[in-house]
Design a protein. Structure first.
Length: 87
């Protein structure tokens, strides 16, 4: 039995690879040589309250592909006090 779990994040392309794990691993190894030089990475850093999340929202609105790790983790800083949403 083949079980496929696909996690799709808005703005991220996904696909199902044929051939199982061994084929997947071979494709990853091949792409690790050719893909990184083609991708432009940016890391946004700054102290708490400096507006990083707001910048990410604006970048997303402009069509940039954004990965908000704190948003995915539902991170809530203690400086913000109590939230109704679970962390």
């Amino acid at each position: 039995t083949l079980c496929v779990c696909v996690c799709v994040l808005p703005g991220f392309e996904t696909s199902i690879l044929e051939g199982g794990y061994k084929n997947y691993r071979a494709q990853v190894q091949e792409q690790l040589v050719t893909l990184p030089p083609k991708i432009e990475f940016r890391v946004l850093t700054g102290p708490t309250g400096s507006g990083k999340t707001e910048i990410l929202y604006h970048m997303t609105a402009q069509g940039h592909q954004v990965l908000d790790l704190e948003g995915l983790a539902m991170h809530r800083g203690s400086v913000l006090g109590s939230w109704d949403e679970p962390q």
